[in-house]
Design a protein around this ligand. Structure first.
Ligand code: 4AD
Length: 429
């Protein structure tokens, strides 16, 4: 019977065949321990000389790392095995013999591993991260579908910027200038006026010159946008959504979290509501902590970490100064100098995972912002139209997938949270 490692528990004491690669091996005079992986999981195969015969045993001992095999054996339940099962090998055939696989079980430097990203993805750690990434995406679709959201796909090639012009990726669109999308938000606002509650999930691009553990050039964002929802409604949705995703990963990816040695006690605590601190109070806090920081500046990573350290859940920093935020954010009704926005900062130093706000819904005010930000009315006329024809209060946010994966999986650098990271100095492989 053909099966996969993931489903092998359904076949205890039965003989099964799996297609697999040899991740690693150890052998003594009489037994060969074959670490097998098939993409759905990892399992140890045990080949005993007395059982498979001298010739097959010799072949097993000579198997090379990453050779592909069909391997047959009897499934044994084994509490000591990380997966709970072992395979008593009865036979195998080599599909393809790999020679000199470059990533050996010894330690390798990061640059070497990044150069071999196409192979590094096969490692147990990278496998676990990709499975968790997938679970976050799956739980996201499940959550928003349950909440009545419609998935909408905004364009990637755009004629205008959503998040300022400093990190735009420029390209030609035949004879016109075009940019790779920094955020689908403006289009999602149009979609919300057509479909009420919408969300997108797609790649976004920022020509960031920052070389930090939190920045990618190409990253994936989940961007919900909701008609008739104000800033407060949006914060409640964000904390419910993030809690849902964390609890889904805890439930569905327990093996992966163990193999990554993630402290799951930290994740168990992630349940709505989340604490909130205003920008004003955050500034006072930082000053008390001895940081040289004045009102009106934007937080850097050390500031965010210092603020987040006071909490064991993600914390919303709300109502930032208008001058350091995007043009489309709605002013606070009682304070002209701050806007109805929040960044959600993950605990344990993983930084900002969400940026969101209530959007300006008044045509005149938006025109004024166009002037202040030197945005051409022609390029943004369609966005103004949303305030012209049945404008409504609306809010939305963007969650950065890779930073969220880094936090939940407990990974130091975002480069390991996306299959093929695009970094400041890396477009290969
Ligand atoms: O705060 P940002 O810039 O918000 C927006 O783009 C809004 N238009 C979203 C919206 O309201 N629809 O980015 C949102 C999130 C950040 O919190 C962060 O998690 C992630 O996107 N992010 C990055 N992730 C990796 N590398 C980068 N260079 C990132 N820049 C932003």
């Amino acid at each position: 019977m053909k099966t996969t490692i993931r489903k092998i528990g359904n076949h205890v004491e039965e003989t099964v065949t799996i297609g697999a690669w040899l991740a690693n091996k150890r052998s003594s005079g009489k037994i060969a321990f074959l670490q097998l992986r098939d993409g759905t999981g990892f399992i140890q195969g045990v080949a005993v000389k007395a059982e498979i015969g001298e010739e097959k045993f010799k072949e097993a001992k000579e198997l090379t790392q990453e050779s592909s095999l069909y391997i047959t054996g009897v499934v044994r339940a084994d509490d000591r095995a990380p997966s709970g099962y072992e395979l008593s090998v009865t036979d195998f055939s080599i599909i393809h013999e790999a020679k000199d696989y470059p990533i050996t079980p010894k330690e390798h430097g990061t640059e070497f591993l990044m150069d071999h990203r196409h192979l590094w993805l096969r490692s147990k750690k990278q496998h676990a991260i990709m499975v968790i990434r997938n679970e976050i995406i799956r739980a996201t679709y499940e959550f928003f579908n349950k909440e009545g959201f419609v998935k909408v796909d905004p364009p990637i090639l755009t004629g205008s910027s959503a998040e300022g012009t400093t990190n735009l990726f420029h390209t030609k669109y035949f004879d016109e200038d075009a940019y790779l999308s920094q955020s689908g938000q403006l289009y999602m606002e149009a979609a919300a006026m057509a479909l009420n509650k919408v969300f997108s999930f797609g790649p976004t691009f920022r020509a960031e010159k920052s070389k930090t553990r939190r920045h990618l050039i190409e990253f994936w964002m989940i961007e919900p946008e909701m008609a008739f929802m104000d800033h407060e409604d949006s914060l409640e949705l964000q904390e419910t959504y993030v809690s849902y995703v964390v609890q889904s990963v805890l439930k569905e990816c327990s093996q992966e979290l163990v193999s990554l040695e993630r402290d799951t006690a930290q994740l168990e605590k992630i349940k709505a509501p989340f604490p909130r601190i205003s920008y004003d109070d955050a500034v006072t806090f930082l000053q008390k902590e001895g940081y040289e920081f004045s009102w009106g500046e934007d937080f850097g990573a050390p500031h965010e970490t210092a603020i987040a350290e006071s909490f064991d859940k993600p914390v919303f920093i709300t109502n930032y100064p208008k001058d350091i935020k995007a043009f489309y954010m709605k002013p606070h009704p009682e304070r002209e100098d701050v806007v109805l926005c929040a960044d959600l900062i993950a605990p344990e130093g993983y930084g900002e995972i969400i940026g969101g706000s209530q959007r300006i819904d008044d045509e005149e005010l938006l025109r004024q912002r166009y002037d202040e930000h030197s945005l051409s009315v022609e390029a943004y006329q369609w966005y103004l139209d949303l305030r012209k024809y049945g404008s409504v209060p609306h809010s939305g946010f963007g969650l950065g997938l890779e930073r969220t994966v880094a936090w939940i999986a407990g990974i130091e650098h975002v480069r390991e949270t996306i299959p093929f990271p695009r970094l400041l100095n890396r477009l290969y492989p």
